[in-house]
Design a protein around this ligand. Structure first.
Ligand code: ASP
Ligand code: MG
Length: 423
């Protein structure tokens, strides 16, 4: 059996959903489909929740999300009394009620209860659509088999339990059905919904592929495969036909947005190949990620936006010692900062992280007695994996460079960039 993962762009409108059905027509054999929220729904639900948490009126923003899904369903289902409409109405009323009476819970716990609805709704629409097209489809609530702890917004998987439940619940369904389920979600032992981190649906695909196990996982994207640079920012890109798990993990770690970094490990452990294919050109081979042995690849350019560079200087002119560093790391870990790059000098230590105003404020408050904490925001972090001098010259032109680092295989740069055309 195979696992297919369809991201938000591949189900963003009625034509896209029809295209998913066309792709499935070409595929025979048991299949599990993992689907993300439609289009930009996750961002929209984050905004709805933000408004509700700040006692602002969230009604219009939530109505827009509901209208988007209802309209999409109206185009897909000619039968105006199809049960999908009542299900959508029920889901949105429950969400409206929850947001209207937000229980006193951790905001991150509220986040998971609200933002998860994007995947529940998209999977319901896709399931009903496939069933209406006579696919032998069934709907699975993945929260019943992906078991996690309650690290809200970034839940950790209980692998033995998850594997046992997937084998018990999903394997029998796959004998004669196409199973449609959600990406990005999990459930705790108290039946609370959790999420696995933004863009986590790829990881969900890998969890199912590992636990079943599947013969392959295919991630359907709006690009031709795994490219050496994001075509949103770079004019010339090159597709890798074949690439190893190792290279992929490293590129994903540095921020290559094509695949969520946690996706590779479960697949590599079970030698399950990962295909990255275009849903617009489904017959093209795309990229295969496996144990492939290959020579040095052409340089990959990876860009991370919205970065900030934080520096910690010791207030008493002593050096930054291991003891100081352990204090800094302790607070960074408690506040769940992810360090994308770090560097230390005699009297200061710098880290590049994703910018988050709230966490930064908390960091300053906790450390300012010992350290002078300063930061620059609005920065970009570029990584060139497998760099050449030429690729570095190309990237560094016209940039204000704040920090630069290189190892044998990787060049990294924190910079400020003028808004400019594609490179
Ligand atoms: N819908 C979630 C997000 O946009 C998960 C995913 O798409 O992978 O982050
Ligand atoms: Mg997405």
């Amino acid at each position: 059996m195979k696992v297919f993962k369809f991201g938000g762009a591949s189900v963003k409108d009625p034509d896209a959903v029809r295209n998913v059905a066309a792709i499935l027509e070409q595929n025979s054999g048991p299949l599990l489909i993992v689907v993300s929220a439609m289009g930009k729904t996750t961002n929209a639900l984050e905004e709805v929740l933000r408004q509700a948490q700040h006692q602002l009126s969230f009604k219009a923003a939530l109505q827009a999300v509901e209208d988007y899904h209802q309209q999409l369903a109206t185009v897909l289902f000619s039968d105006s009394v199809h049960p999908v409409f009542a299900e959508l109405t029920a889901q949105f009323s429950a969400l409206r009620h929850y947001l209207g009476y937000l229980p006193a819970a951790n905001p991150d716990e509220q986040y998971d209860q609200v933002v998860s609805q994007g995947e529940i709704i998209s999977s319901l629409i896709l399931y009903h659509y496939l069933a209406a097209q006579n696919f032998p489809a069934t709907w699975l609530d993945c929260r019943e088999c992906i078991c996690t702890d309650n690290t809200w917004r970034e839940a950790r998987i209980d692998w033995p339990q998850t594997q046992q439940l997937i084998k018990a619940k999903v394997t029998p369904l796959l004998r004669n059905k196409i199973v449609v389920t959600q990406g990005f979600l999990g459930g705790t032992s108290e039946n609370r919904t959790t999420t696995l981190g933004r863009e986590g649906s790829d990881f969900s695909g890998a969890i199912f592929a590992y636990c079943l196990p599947a013969e392959s996982l295919t991630i359907w994207k709006d690009v031709a495969g795994f490219l050496n640079a994001d075509p949103k920012y770079f004019r010339h890109t090159h597709k890798y036909d074949e690439i190893s798990y190792q290279e992929t993990v490293e590129m994903a770690y540095y921020g290559a947005s094509v695949i969520h970094p946690k996706t590779i490990k479960p697949l590599a452990n079970c030698h399950i190949p990962l295909y990255v294919k275009s849903f617009l050109q489904p017959h093209e081979p795309g990229t295969v990620i496996s144990e492939a042995k290959h020579g040095k690849l052409i340089p990959a350019f990876i860009r991370k936006d919205n970065q900030c560079l934080i520096s910690f200087s010791v207030r008493d002119f002593t050096f930054v010692s291991e003891k100081n560093l352990s204090v800094i790391f302790q607070v960074l870990a408690e506040l769940r900062f992810k360090i994308n790059l770090m560097q230390n000098s005699a009297i200061s230590f710098s880290v590049c992280t994703d910018y988050d105003a709230g966490r930064l404020q908390a960091l300053k408050e906790q450390l300012q007695e010992i350290f002078l904490v300063q930061y620059n925001a609005g920065l970009l972090l570029y990584t060139i994996k497998n760099y050449t001098e030429e690729s570095i010259n190309f990237l560094t032109s016209e940039k204000e460079i704040l920090l630069e680092q290189r190892t044998r295989a990787t060049f990294q740069l924190v910079c400020r960039e003028k808004e400019q055309e594609k490179q």
